[in-house]
Design a protein around this ligand. Structure first.
Ligand SMILES: NC(=O)c1ccc[n+]([C@@H]2O[C@H](COP(=O)([O-])OP(=O)(O)OC[C@H]3O[C@@H](n4cnc5c(N)ncnc54)[C@H](OP(=O)(O)O)[C@@H]3O)[C@@H](O)[C@H]2O)c1
Length: 321
């Protein structure tokens, strides 16, 4: 657990930036509908008049796209999602514990895409860490990506309790709290996309990674329930369900020698991220990555549960050495 929390905004004073973006969003929500034909040109004209003292490209991009908040953006799937959303013109709030990695990503993306990026280096499994994220995200996000998460490999009784406790707090509590914090404003705004990173592990019990599988079942169940509650609000929730992906996940889970996480058979994080963003924009409730997993989930549904449990145990037990 990290004691320190650090927050940093690039390019210019973060509060001034937020005010400007808020103005843009208010304008967009209240006025765009009234403008009708030729709205694009008139918006551009007003943007030039209103914000002439600041670089035009920056504000046109912010204005057109809005803000994406991404947790766990310092590596793996979250970093690739950040790269895609930056290339689409979204301003970003990126959160994770590794301050240096967030800084590197911020420098890469802000110079390549002329967007505003706020880095929040914080442990999101703690109240304090989530408060830092909320404090630095005063604008309503157009996109919320709940991606931060990790697993732990081994028999439940042998796994250190502190790690299970942190996993439960990050994978379930933090995801729920962050969603609950931003959702009312997204509903009021009448639009928004939430992408919750679950896993194919969400569909079955996972002996030898029992808490992790259970935590992803929670993410899937919560996400599916919200899709029904949010119908007609303009806000959608997508649960991303990939199989093994080549990221820092297996190392963090102490599962590097588990056959399931063999690098040669894992999916590419950039491809998974591209798939996830596409499904999220479409507002798909569940996005299972890869034909193999779509087929295997079909069998999970039709096979007896006792058999599924044993099969997963076998798969999880197999080691590369
Ligand atoms: N890779 C797979 O095989 C796989 C398959 C299905 C689902 N998933 C899910 O995909 C998501 C992303 O994982 P990944 O595969 O990309 O693994 P990863 O490379 O280890 O990325 C995990 C991200 O979460 C962040 N994180 C971890 N603990 C955190 C904490 N306490 N507070 C804030 N941020 C924290 C990490 O950053 P810091 O270390 O800098 O904090 C990192 O940015 C997870 O939810 C995972 O369960 C992964």
């Amino acid at each position: 657990m990290r004691a320190g929390i650090s927050v940093r905004g690039n390019e210019k004073d973060v509060l001034a930036e937020k005010c400007l973006i808020d103005q843009c969003n208010c304008f967009r929500q209240a006025e765009v509908a009234k403008l009708g034909k030729g709205a694009g040109l008139r918006i551009l004209f007003l943007a030039i008049l209103g914000f002439e003292s600041l670089p035009l490209h920056h504000h046109v991009v912010s204005f057109m796209k809005g803000l994406a908040v991404i947790t766990g953006a310092s590596g793996g799937i979250g970093k690739e999602i950040a790269r895609i959303l930056a290339s689409e013109g979204y301003d970003l709030v990126i959160a994770a514990r590794s301050e240096g990695k967030l800084r590197e990503l911020s420098e890469e993306l802000s110079s390549a895409h002329h967007i505003s990026i706020t880095e929040v280096a914080a442990d999101l499994s703690t109240e304090e860490g989530r408060k830092a994220l909320f404090d630095m995200t005063q604008q309503t996000p157009d996109i919320l990506v709940n991606n931060a998460g990790f697993g732990d490999y081994g028999p439940f009784a042998d796994c250190p309790w502190e790690k299970q406790d942190e996993m439960i707090r990050l994978n379930m509590l933090a995801l729920s709290h962050i969603t609950h914090h931003f959702l009312p404003d997204m509903i009021s705004a009448g639009s928004g996309r939430i992408l919750n990173v679950a896993s194919v592990a969400a569909f079955e019990p996972g002996p030898l990674m029992s808490v992790y599988y259970a935590s992803k079942a929670y993410v899937l169940s919560l996400s599916e329930a919200l899709t029904v509650e949010l119908k007609g609000t303009g806000v959608t929730v997508t649960a991303l369900c990939p199989g093994p992906v080549n990221t820092g996940f297996s190392k963090a889970a102490n599962a590097e020698d588990v056959s399931l996480f063999k690098k040669s058979s894992g999916a590419d994080a950039a491809k998974v991220a591209e798939f996830a963003v596409r499904k999220m924009h479409k507002g798909k409730p569940i996005a299972v990555y890869g034909m193999l997993f779509k087929v295997s989930l079909f069998f999970v549904k039709i096979l007896p549960r006792a058999l599924v449990r044993r099969l997963i145990y076998r798969i999880q037990k197999s080691r590369t050495r």
